[in-house]
Every structure is written in structure tokens, then in C-alpha cells.
Design a protein around this ligand. Structure first.
Ligand code: F6P
Length: 543
């Protein structure tokens, strides 16, 4: 299956070896920015500072046409089990569809189920906002602990942070993800069980970290005198495993459903989005869904050459497979978007970080990049040095909201200036001649200038995209996340792999069981020499 793409790889590599000089390209074509820009759902993408020429861009577009993107996006909509290793449909886009009336999958009225779930979430949010949800001692709930990890945490955590100016909840939110006991201990040390609600968010309801944290919190309730009924009243779940949630002690009426057709990393549009709805309110949560749906409609209907997710996917493939780049930086120039890189890490790396195609055949080419980044301008004073002057080429996405809600407009002008300057500097660089001239203009001797100038040279020709959002509102955030989801989808389609399973995470989970037994002092397992020595050191350090 991977043969189709393999055939086109040589052409890609050949085209990539023909040097594209970006400085020159901009000098030669006054319309380059306009030609390589697109707007969708109000978000604009300037991809002119990429190493593309007319001919390489045409070849890339042909790659999209020849790929499975079109057929897969149709199958996605039809509910075909394109997650073939788990035999599941991929329907997270349905979760943001405003009108889900009559939506059926395998004979089930999914539309009805989605509608009921939305209503239950909204009622809980209203109850909490109006401080009508009373705890077991009759006091209003003041704090909600969201217990989950991976896709059951990263999405809501990122979106809640991103939408800080929209917060309107009287209830404080706490995220408990890591199994590091410091997380739950720190959270519990500030809370009162009588005014604390807990939501255990786990699609499988089998994830060790989430179960362990939930158990610790349940015990904390007991230690404070809450009985079984009181605990049941304070615990909710978002899960597709109703049986396991019920066994834990969560009542049916407190379970928000999930479905096997929504992958963890694609689930913030479902009940996993409850923390977002809680913090920004039900109306704004709807706006988040609407923005994502608008991007879905663009993705499902726009022709390949005018399709923003497709364009971003092609550029990614161009760098990974044509230019052998292994990393991709995500640089939001927005403090509120600082968790976006961690979120996209899971989205991209867990979806496409694979070595076999969807039939199980080894792939002869690289797939997902290492995603990293942080909010600008912080990174400029840390790792941008490497972006500008190292021999590594790291394509970067710069993201900037045009309008902000805070009153410091001059800060925003300076932030934007840095964002645009970084993309310009990466593109044009600084030549030796320019560096020498600069040194001389600063009054250095010729000898000093010649000695220092090589250190100031930036090769330039480093690719970047610039994404501009009208503002960081729920609507545009929804559209932005949906854009990245579909970008990842298109890349998976081009690479002919299954973007919706994650078997690679299982081995570590399996191996941790016997090691945990050894650390708890009751193991008869034998380990490799290194692991044994680490276990011995750990045991020796315990009281
Ligand atoms: O271990 C990986 C993973 O399965 C992710 O894909 C998922 O988002 C996360 O764990 C949490 O899973 P769950 O929601 O089932 O607890």
C-alpha cells in the first residue's frame, strides 16, 4: 500500500535538492506572499516563506491529488471504520456538528446520544455556575478536580488556558494527570471535600494514572468522613466504560458517555470538554464547536489546492520526506496558547509516529516530526539561536492572534513585531558582507569586523508558516485545533498509515507491571541487568 507514496518520494527528493533561495524568490516575485497565502474560517495562513517554487508546489499538489486524502475524508464522514486495527469509525467531527438530528452509525441513533450528552453537560455547568450543586454537607461546590491523562486532559487543559479572558466560572478548576503523587497531594492540600466535585475522565476507565489518582481522592473523601452515598454524590465520570465507572462507585446518572469512535486525542469536543464549558460557559463552548465545524466544512469541501489543512500537510511532508527534517516547531505568539505545543505533540506524534502502513507493512520513509515549542517571545531568548544559526532545519509555525483583550496595546504591537521579525530573519538571514558592514558601521576596526562577522552570519532560507487569528476567541480556537487535526489526518493519509490507533504506548505499560511489583517488594520476576540495578537503587533509597 505504501508503494504509491514511495514512487513519488524520489521525485520529492529530487525537487528538494534543487535549491530554492527564498530571498531571491521574494526579490523576483512581488506577489509571492499573495500567491502563497490562504484564508479559511477567518484564519489566514501565509506559507510564502517556505522552500517552494512553482514547480515543487505543483508536484506537491499532485501528491495530494494522488493520495488517499479524498477517499479517506469521504470514508471518515460516512462512518467507515478507517481506524482499521481497532475496527472503529472516526467521528470526532460529528461532535462539533451543530445539527446531529438523525445521525446514525451501525443502527444506533448517535445524534440522539450526542444531544443527550450535550444537555447533561450543559445542565451540570449551569448547576455549578448557579451554585446549586450542593455537596454532602449542603454547601455549594467551589472546586472541581478533573482527573485524566493524555487525550483526557491535554485538550481541555490547553483550551481552558487559551480562553482565560472568557472565564466566568465561580468554581475553581484543578487538573490531576500525572501519577506523581505530588500532583494530587498538592491539589488536595488546598481543598475541602465538602465543596469539591471530582470528574474521572477516562475513555477506557482503565488507565493506571487516572485510576490511582481517583482512588487517592476517594480515600481523601473517606478520611474526611464522607460515606459511600456522599462520595457517589461528589464523583462524576466521562467514560465509554460504564461498567468500570460503576464498579468504581460512580452512579449511572453521573456518567457522561464517550464512544469508541472518538479517539482520546480528538475528544475535547465531547464530554472531555466539560472543563472548557465550565470555565467559559455553555454558549462560548458552543462557539468553540462552531469554529471547529466551520473548519471541518472547509476541509471536507475545498479543493486540494485551496484547502488549508491539505496545504499544511503537504508542507510537512515536503520537509520530512523531501528535506529529511525531523522536527517541527510550533511557536504561538500568545501567552494563552502556550500549551498548544504539548497538545499538538500528542495529536501529531501519537497519531502518525508509526513505522508500518495500515496493512502492517513496514514503511520505507519517515513519518511524524518531533513537535516542540513554547510561547513567543520566551523562546527567542532560549532556543531560537538554534533555529537561526544551526545546521539543523526546523520548519516552524508562528501563530498570532491579531486582537487581544488585555489593555496593553503597545505590548501587543511589540509582540507582533517580534513574531514577524522572526519569520523574516529566518527567511532572509544575514550574509557575511552584511555582517561585516554592520560591524564597520558600529565603529569596529576592519580586523575586528572580519573576525566577528562570521559569528553573526545567519544562513537564512529557513522555512516558516505564519497563521493569523482575528482573535483568540472560542470560535477561532476551535477552527485552529480542527485545522491541526485535519493536517495530521492528511499526513496520515499520504503516508498510508492508521492515524487513529496508538499501539506503541502499550509496551511500556505492560513492562511497568512487573517492575512495580518488584518496587513494592513482591516480585519473582527477573529483569535485564540495568533494570535490576535501578530497582535495587530505588529499594535501597526507601525508608
Ligand atoms: O496511553 C495512551 C492513551 O491511551 C491515549 O491515547 C489516551 O488519550 C490516554 O492514554 C488516556 O486514555 P483514557 O482516556 O482511556 O484514560
Amino acid at each position: 500500500m505504501s508503494g504509491n507514496f514511495t514512487k513519488q518520494l524520489n521525485q520529492l527528493k529530487q525537487l528538494a535538492s534543487e535549491r530554492c533561495n527564498l530571498r531571491q524568490a521574494f526579490n523576483d516575485d512581488a506577489q509571492r506572499a499573495q500567491r502563497f497565502s490562504i484564508t479559511a474560517c477567518g484564519i489566514s495562513l501565509d506559507y510564502s516563506k517556505n522552500l517552494i517554487t512553482n514547480s515543487s508546489w505543483q508536484a506537491l499538489q499532485q501528491l495530494a491529488v494522488n493520495s488517499n486524502i479524498n477517499s479517506l475524508r469521504q470514508q471518515m464522514q460516512q462512518g467507515v471504520a478507517i481506524n482499521n486495527t481497532e475496527q472503529r469509525a472516526v467521528w470526532h467531527t460529528r461532535l462539533r456538528q451543530q445539527d446531529v438530528t438523525g445521525l446514525m452509525l451501525d443502527g444506533e441513533d448517535i445524534g440522539q446520544q450526542i444531544t443527550e450528552c450535550r444537555a447533561k453537560m450543559a445542565a451540570l455547568v449551569d448547576n455549578l455556575h448557579q451554585q446549586q450543586y450542593l455537596g454532602y454537607q449542603g454547601k455549594a461546590i467551589t472546586d472541581l478536580i478533573w482527573v485524566g491523562i493524555g487525550g483526557s486532559l491535554l485538550g481541555p487543559q490547553m483550551a481552558v488556558e487559551a480562553l482565560t479572558p472568557y472565564h466566568c466560572s465561580p468554581v475553581k478548576l484543578h487538573f490531576a494527570g500525572n501519577i506523581d503523587g505530588a500532583v494530587v497531594s498538592d491539589i488536595l492540600s488546598t481543598l475541602n471535600p465538602a465543596t469539591t466535585l471530582v470528574v474521572v475522565a477516562s475513555k477506557s476507565f482503565g488507565t493506571e494514572e487516572t485510576k490511582q489518582n481517583a482512588l487517592a481522592i476517594r480515600q481523601w473523601f473517606s478520611q474526611h468522613g464522607a460515606d459511600k452515598a456522599a462520595i457517589a454524590h461528589h464523583f462524576w465520570a466521562a467514560s465509554s466504560n460504564i461498567t468500570a465507572a460503576a464498579e468504581f462507585g460512580i452512579e449511572q446518572k453521573n456518567i457522561l458517555p464517550l464512544w469508541d469512535w472518538v479517539g482520546g486525542r480528538y475528544s475535547l469536543w465531547s464530554a472531555i470538554g466539560l472543563p472548557i464549558a465550565l470555565m467559559i460557559g455553555n454558549q462560548q463552548f458552543k462557539a468553540l464547536l462552531a469554529g471547529a465545524e466551520a473548519m471541518d466544512q472547509h476541509f471536507f469541501s475545498a479543493p486540494m489546492h485551496e484547502n488549508m489543512p491539505v496545504i499544511m500537510a503537504l508542507l510537512g511532508v515536503w520537509y520530512i520526506n523531501g528535506h529529511a527534517c525531523q522536527a517541527q516547531a510550533l511557536l504561538p505568539y500568545s501567552h494563552y496558547l502556550r500549551l498548544l505545543p504539548s497538545y499538538v505533540q500528542q495529536l501529531d506524534m501519537e497519531s502518525n509516529g508509526k513505522s508500518v502502513d495500515h496493512t502492517g507493512k513496514a514503511l520505507p520513509y519517515a513519518t511524524a516530526p518531533v513537535i516542540w515549542g513554547d510561547a513567543g517571545t520566551n523562546g527567542q531568548h532560549a532556543y531560537h539561536q538554534l533555529l537561526h544559526q544551526s545546521a539543523l532545519a526546523v520548519p516552524a509555525d508562528f501563530i498570532l492572534p491579531l486582537q487581544v483583550k488585555h489593555p496593553l496595546k503597545n505590548h501587543h504591537q511589540r509582540l507582533a513585531a517580534h513574531c514577524f521579525a522572526q519569520t523574516q530573519a529566518l527567511m532572509q538571514g544575514k550574509t557575511l558582507t552584511e555582517a561585516i558592514a554592520e560591524c564597520l558601521a558600529q565603529g569596529m576596526s576592519k580586523q575586528h569586523a572580519n573576525a566577528l562577522a562570521p559569528h553573526k552570519v545567519s544562513p537564512g532560507n529557513k522555512p516558516s508558516n505564519t497563521l493569523l487569528l482575528p482573535e483568540l476567541s472560542p470560535y477561532y480556537l476551535g477552527a485552529l485545533i480542527s485545522l491541526y487535526e485535519h493536517k495530521v489526518f492528511c499526513q496520515g493519509a499520504i503516508w498510508q498509515l492508521n492515524s487513529f490507533d496508538q499501539w506503541g504506548v502499550e509496551l511500556g505499560k505492560q513492562l511497568s507491571g512487573p517492575i512495580y511489583q518488584a518496587l513494592a517488594g513482591n516480585s519473582s520476576h527477573s529483569f535485564d541487568n540495568s533494570t535490576s540495578a535501578l530497582i535495587t537503587q530505588f529499594l535501597a533509597a526507601q525508608d
